[in-house]
Design a protein. Structure first.
Length: 113
């Protein structure tokens, strides 16, 4: 009986060891695939950066300055539009508050103001 239990235990340990080894092998394989993908993407990024530098050298300085000014103007316009939208929203809220006071006083003339 004891030897049967030992054989069963040994078989279970062997199965667990095999399964654990298989899981480790699969994980290492996945890790290698990921590392390969990272290396490939890094090489692509280096190529893109080289191309960007090349294009920046070709681009006239006047054009770059002009584009920066256009960008600054767009940013300024967006800020002004945001401030204007906030002012309009506040004015509308104030008008709605006044209108509700007028409506309340018309509906309830006996209520103190």
């Amino acid at each position: 009986e004891r030897t049967v239990k030992l054989k069963q235990l040994k078989a279970q340990v062997g199965t667990c060891t095999f399964e654990s080894s298989w899981v480790i092998v699969m994980a290492v394989g996945q890790l290698l695939v990921i590392q390969s993908e990272i290396t490939k993407l890094q090489e692509q990024m280096e190529d893109c950066l080289k191309y960007k530098t090349f294009l920046e050298k070709l681009t006239p300085a006047e054009w770059t300055a002009q584009q920066e000014e256009v960008k600054r103007l767009r940013k300024r316009q967006r800020r002004k539009a945001t401030v204007r939208d906030i002012a309009i929203a506040e004015a509308l809220e104030a008008m709605l508050a006044e209108i509700s006071v007028v409506i309340d006083s018309a509906l309830h003339p006996e209520a103190p103001r």
